[in-house]
Design a protein around this ligand. Structure first.
Ligand code: MN
Length: 203
């Protein structure tokens, strides 16, 4: 159980396995204004691998090879945001993907609390602190508290997916979820290309 911090890209030859949990920290919520600062990843083994991005950086070959590898499933919580941030920063469309927030909305119809903190509490009895969420992710040197917080956003996504998959199967909504995951990279592209709030399916 360790945090590994890298500068600009994943190291050569690092294989995180067939299912990689990913989360991004940025300077804010507007992808056109707010730069990408940190990408956290985990293969589901309790270790977190984090790549710090420098201002103006627009390439990360090892990271992008993994993001676009069709044999690697990328696991997100609210992937719509992260996929757009990664596309905006590096010009690559992340796929295939799974999103725990979408899965939650399809099965936990008894609540509107679909934040990661609530999901981890209810499904895994894990408590994570969100205290560092609004901190300066653009700092050249991130604090141990920031890195621990950043890691906690990816360390439990594999276990969470397992629980959500059970519920999707129980409610007969697995196919619906898969179709939504397949569409998600395009939803992120619509966000970047001028349709951030519009429902293009509405009348
Ligand atoms: Mn996060």
């Amino acid at each position: 159980m360790a945090n590994h911090l890298y500068q600009n890209d994943l190291p050569d030859g690092l294989n995180l396995g067939p299912v990689v949990a990913i989360d991004c920290e940025t300077m804010g919520l507007n992808p056109h204004r707010d730069r990408l600062c940190l990408i956290q990843m985990s293969g589901g083994d309790g270790n977190a691998h984090m790549v710090q991005v420098t201002p103006g950086q627009d390439a990360a070959p090892n990271l992008c090879a993994m993001l676009t590898n069709r044999d690697v499933l990328k696991l997100f919580h609210f992937g719509r945001f992260d996929i757009a941030a990664l596309l905006n920063a590096f010009g690559v469309v992340t796929a295939p993907v799974y999103c725990t927030k979408i899965a939650s909305k399809l099965v936990r119809t008894y609540t509107d609390r679909h934040g990661l903190k609530y999901l981890l509490q209810e499904l895994l009895q894990v408590d994570i602190s969100k205290y560092q969420q609004q901190s300066d992710w653009g700092a050249a040197k991130l604090t141990p508290a920031q890195l621990d917080y950043a890691a906690s956003d990816v360390l439990y996504l594999h276990a969470l997916r397992k629980e959500l998959d059970k519920r999707l199967a129980r409610e007969g909504r697995g196919d619906m979820a898969q179709a939504c995951f397949d569409f998600l990279p395009m939803r992120a592209q619509l966000d970047l290309n001028g349709w951030p709030d519009q429902d293009i399916f509405s009348h």
